[in-house]
Design a protein around this ligand. Structure first.
Ligand code: GLC
Length: 441
């Protein structure tokens, strides 16, 4: 979270700089040797760290009901009433093409789609159940369409997969009945095997909700081992009760402990699945500020769309992501492959960094000048990132002021100033507080 100026002044300085290629990661079952495990993780995660921005897609039978993806549970709908909806699920041809196009235009580099959410409906072809897209209303493999669409736009492909299952008869009984657990874990592992086998190279496996078992119960070590045997380059998250490759803060932007990779997942309104009446939309500016905050702190931003049952993207999501994408086209170099960025104190801007370049993202344009206090590096030059137009500045020990600016913001929804420095830009607000000359009483 953004530290306030006073938190900084109180000495709560954020962690020090960490190089992108120096991410020590948590244990997994594949490499008994921790060094080779770590270098393998660095290799597998390189594209992901550089990507910064991905699209999450929640799409399933709940999209037909349009009252949140938890509707089955939260309204206590019996399986006998819920499951027949699968027959009415008739998406238009290849809606994932429009999602993938939008993702690319928004500047996103990867996608993660729900292959099975908690409702238990498999969007993919499976030999384990009739409750799957090819054998129900869709009459085809929706995961296949999604994979083809993402690849068609040059995006990396991720699969979300819920371990918790409200449909399978053993989905709750597995906690107390050993025979049920054995059957259910076999069912789940078979899905994971199918997903890892039938769609070519998969880049991310995004497990979700491990209720009601622990890692031993899910046989998560064995599951991950199978995943890495089938997909040696894949990344796995931490929601099968093992640390995996990255942490998954949800609906909040909180950096993981130093050295640990993280991805903040977030909705555009307040629901993951389509909810007809949810109009609590984030603005394009809020979306970009969140992406900037993730980039600043070394994380990724996985932003969700909840398509309608036919696969159409809600109008507001389209608008917001298109607008964010136009800004990304002009300013994306401040986001991709960014380094951890220490400066953060400002009342109208936030920051990202690449090497010795500091990017100041002004979200409340103050007019004719903007300033940064306590910058420890010397500024060599400044320009608008979008246009390359040069900006004048003056700097003393306590502040740098960028001057001669227009009264109205030159770019929307944020204006980004690229500031070349003579060293890694760092900010010391305590220095300003202590040493800025004071007058007598
Ligand atoms: C939660 C919810 C789920 C959503 C997920 C996304 O675990 O149960 O509906 O898919 O978060 O992170």
């Amino acid at each position: 979270m953004a530290a306030s100026g006073s938190a900084l002044a109180a000495g709560m300085l954020p962690r020090t700089s960490l190089r992108m290629d120096a991410w020590p990661m948590a244990a997994s079952a594949v490499h008994p040797n921790p060094d080779s495990e770590e270098s393998d993780r660095i290799r597998r995660m390189k594209w992901w760290h550089e990507a910064r921005f991905g699209m999450f897609i929640h799409w399933g039978l709940y999209s037909l009901i349009g009252r949140h993806e938890w509707v089955m549970e939260d309204e206590g709908i019996p399986v006998s009433e819920y499951a027949p909806i699968a027959g009415q699920f008739k998406p238009k041809p290849a809606p994932a093409r429009a999602w993938a196009r939008l993702a690319r235009e928004a500047g996103m580099k990867y996608m993660v789609m729900t292959t099975k959410h908690h409702e238990g409906f498999c969007q993919f072809a499976t030999g384990t159940t009739e409750y799957c897209a090819p054998k129900q209303g869709p009459g085809r493999d929706l995961v296949r369409e999604y994979v083809d669409a993402a690849r068609g736009e040059g995006l990396r492909v991720g699969f979300y997969y819920s371990l918790m299952d409200w449909h399978h008869p053993d989905g709750a009984a597995c906690a107390t009945d050993p025979a049920a657990r054995k059957r259910f874990v076999e069912y789940i592992h078979t899905h994971v095997r199918e997903l890892m086998t039938n769609y070519g190279k998969i880049d991310v496996l995004w497990y979700d909700v491990a209720w009601p078992l622990d890692a031993a119960g899910w046989e998560s070590e064995r599951m991950n081992k199978m995943v890495f045997e089938l997909q040696p380059d894949i990344l796995v998250n931490n929601r099968n009760r093992l640390p995996g490759d990255f942490s998954t803060p949800e609906q909040e932007i909180t950096a993981a402990q130093e050295g640990r990779a993280w991805e903040s997942c977030m909705t555009l309104n307040d629901s993951w699945g389509y909810q007809r009446a949810d109009d609590d939309w984030k603005s394009p500016r809020r979306v970009l500020q969140n992406l900037i905050q993730c980039s600043r702190d070394g994380g990724n931003y996985l932003l969700n769309i909840g398509p309608m049952a036919d696969g159409s993207i809600p109008e507001e999501s389209l608008r917001t992501l298109s607008e964010a994408g136009q800004w990304m086209q002009r300013n994306g170099t401040a986001i991709y492959a960014s380094d951890l960025c220490q400066p953060r104190a400002s009342d109208y801007a936030s920051f990202t960094r690449r090497g010795t370049t500091l990017f100041m993202h002004v979200y409340f344009w103050p007019g004719n000048y903007v300033a940064i206090a306590g910058l420890q590096a010397r500024v060599l030059s400044a320009r608008y990132l979008a246009t390359g137009g040069k900006i004048s500045f003056e700097q003393d020990r306590f502040r740098v002021r960028f001057t001669g600016l227009p009264q109205e913001a030159p770019d929307h929804p944020l204006t980004t100033i690229a500031i070349e420095c003579d060293a890694e830009p760092r900010q010391d607000m305590l220095f300003v507080r202590k040493h800025k000359p004071r007058d007598g009483v």
